[in-house]
Design a protein. Sequence first.
Length: 146
Amino acid sequence: MGKIIQRPSETLLTELAKKDRPGNPAHVEIPAIAASGHIQRGQNAFEAGDYAEALHCFAEAIRLAPEAPWAWHGRGDALQLSGEYDAALRAYEKACSLAADTGLHHAGRANALRAMGRDEDAETAWTVALEHDPSLEWMQQGSKKR
């Protein structure tokens, strides 16, 4: 004869049901985890000088997690080094809007502005970047040499 198994408690069933509902943190993290893999691949492609592949990877990360500031920042870097300064500026601005306290996002924005010849706006962006991260001063000095 078979074993009789008791029905699980209502508390356990409620907890298990929560895990399957959209909006549960477990469901929210999966796109973020997948996006981080695309961000890493994008960074690797960027470092290898393959900006087209980097843009593709960052676009996939943004598709999965549109609120991921580093995906937007990476997109800005790849666009800037591809000479697409207007698009780079928009990407950095999105990164800044998502993580306003990250100096590097503001530094990217400042570099895009400088590349566009908007030196006064670039100086303002650098002020914000350095307020958030004074260690970025070396970047600012390098950007003035252009």
